[in-house]
Structures are given as C-alpha cells and as structure tokens.
Design a protein. Structure first.
Length: 342
C-alpha cells in the first residue's frame, strides 16, 4: 500500500513539553509543522509517567502537574494549527537535499519536510511485553500494546492485562464497544485513578464486564489469531476466552531508530551546538533531554530555551535570503495577531 504523503515545513519528533513549545516558537515565524509521537496523547513523560506529579521549576508557575503543564501548552499552541500524529514511531529519516527530508512512520505516513526537530526526550517509549513464548506471533493482529482506532475493537472479546491508568482507561473506553471485556491483574489492587477503579468495579458488579486476578502464563491461537489465554492465580490455573489482548505493563525508554539516522551520537545522546541546537546533520535539530552539550541541564525550561534558539536557524533554512526580524510578543501587533490577542 502506498504511503500517505504529507508536505510541511517542519516535522517535530516527540510530543512532550519541549516538542509542543517548539510549535509555538515556529508558529511565531510562520513555520508550519507536524508532530509525531509514539504515545497516544501529547505530553510525553509528563502525562505518561507522572501526570499528577507536581513540577516546581516552570517559570511563573509555583507548582503545576505534568498534565496541567501539557494542557496549558496545548492551549498556547492552538493558534498555529499544528497537526499531531499519535501512536506511531518514526522508522526512517532520509536526507535528500539541504532542506529536503523524508520522514516515515510505522503507521504508513511519509512526510516531506524542510527541517526535522528531534524532541524525543530520552528516546522513544517502547511497551514492556509479557514475558511469554510465542506472543510475538500474535502482535499486530490480535495482541496490541496501544489503541490507535477504538472502532477496530468493536464486537471483540477483549482481554486487558494490567492495573495502571492505561489499563483502566482503556477498560472504560472499550467496554461499550466490546462483545465481552475481561480485565486481568495480578492482584485486586490498582495503581490507577480511584474514580476509574470505582467505575470499573461498578461495571463488574452489574455484569457488564469481568475482573480476574492472576497473571497470563500462555497464549493460544493459530495464524496470528488469538483464541484465549491461560492465567495463574492463587487458586491455580484458569483459561480466559478472548480474540484480542491488550497488555499494559508500562513503558521503557529506548533510543530506538534514532541510532540509524546517520546522526553523531555520544552515550545515546545527540551532541548539538549551543547556538542553533543543530545536530551533525544540517537541517536536523535536537532539543530537550535527548541532546547533549557542555553544561547541559535536563530541565524542561532548558528545552524551552533551546526551542527558541533553534527556531531562529530553522527560519533561515526555510526562508533562505529573507531577513529575520526579531520581535517581542508584548509589543508586536503582528505577533499578537497570530496569537489571536490583537
């Protein structure tokens, strides 16, 4: 199947706080961009690992949670209309000319871009997989580690494995679509939001879904199609009939395909200069936790600073020969018009 081709000024790889703020800095310079992230929502580590954890070092915000910061950033970049592409990973990055890049994802999208910004934190989030033989035979057909389109699960006999926010969120979202849904967790105690746990237990009590306590020990099926699993609990082994399994065992950080893009690396980080935050490949930039330079501090606010300086060089690549006029949002009527506050 031919890849869907999208042409844009800039591709941002990573939808965490630094990637989102990059939209703002590029938008002020009329640079259009698309954002790609392996997670199913914006925010990166902030929303996936500690959505309710307080952050105390964001300027002007004495305290803000990871989710609140992400929400505020998303509101801030609304005027610029950036498009987000979630639940997919960049698999290829090809340079064809000075300002001509091709970026491909595992979801079949192909971006033609003038510049690329890597804002992928410590790398890409990869799902932790159940440690059982043969599960890879079912991956992508009846075993999934993320939900890209809810409608694809309509009418399925779904088994969700896990006890965190992702497991409970998708339990509540997919239960109305499923023919039958079972939640399996190793203990009758959950790490998810209390309200989600309460709603799940109400569904169990009303007979609209099943809750089983135990751990998956084997998967059954043929030709990539799951027919059920065997699990083990305190009372011994038991079988669960299902044609779809969603294991949510958390995420791990890996550099992933970045290592294959021809960019110089140092201890799994990307060296950049401190003027443009450009990598060893002209036109490819790296900001946030994934880059390294003398004096680097892995702070969100540092990534914001890097995004601002990076955008100046990005403008020069995208608009060669055009004069860059530096303006302040507090006094520039043209910038205020872009922001919708003039």
């Amino acid at each position: 199947m031919r890849a869907e081709v999208i042409t844009t000024d800039a591709v941002i790889i990573g939808g965490g706080p630094c990637g989102i703020f990059t939209i703002f800095e590029l938008g002020l310079l009329d640079i259009k961009c698309h954002v790609i992230d392996i997670l199913d929502r914006p925010g990166g580590q902030c929303t996936e690992l500690y959505p309710e954890k307080p952050i105390y070092d964001i300027p002007g915000m004495p305290v803000v949670s990871g989710q609140e910061l992400t929400d505020q950033l998303m509101e801030q970049v609304k005027p610029f209309g950036a498009q987000f592409h979630f639940s997919q990973m960049v698999t290829e990055l090809e340079k064809r000319g000075d300002t001509d890049f091709i970026v491909r994802t595992d979801a079949g999208l192909e971006f033609h871009s003038k510049i690329v910004i890597i804002a992928a934190g410590g790398g890409s989030f990869q799902p932790k997989k159940p440690p059982m033989p043969g599960i890879e035979d079912f991956e992508g057909t009846s075993v999934f580690y993320s939900v890209r389109q809810m409608e694809a699960f309509r009418g399925k006999d779904i088994l969700i494995v896990g006890g965190g926010d992702s497991a409970l969120d998708w339990t509540l979202n997919l239960q109305p679509l499923a023919n039958r849904l079972t939640l399996l967790h190793r203990r009758d105690d959950f790490r998810a939001a209390p309200d989600s746990v309460k709603k799940m237990r109400e569904l169990v009590t009303s007979g609209k879904m099943d809750l089983r306590i135990g751990q998956v020990t084997a998967v059954h099926g043929d030709a990539g199609q799951l027919t059920g699993v065997t699990a083990k609990g305190k009372e011994g082994e038991f079988d669960i009939t299902c044609d779809t399994m969603l294991p949510f065992f958390g995420l791990t950080m890996k550099l992933g395909p970045v290592a294959d893009w021809g960019i110089n690396l140092h201890e799994n980080l990307i060296p950049v200069d401190t003027e443009k935050f450009e990598t060893s490949v002209p036109g490819i930039f790296a900001i946030g936790d994934i880059n390294t330079y003398p004096g680097k501090l892995k702070l969100i606010l540092s990534g914001f600073h890097e995004a601002a300086l990076m955008a100046q060089q990005a403008f020069r690549y995208i608009n060669p020969g055009e004069r860059l006029l530096f303006q302040y949002t507090t006094s520039s009527s043209s910038l205020q018009k872009k922001l919708g506050v003039a």
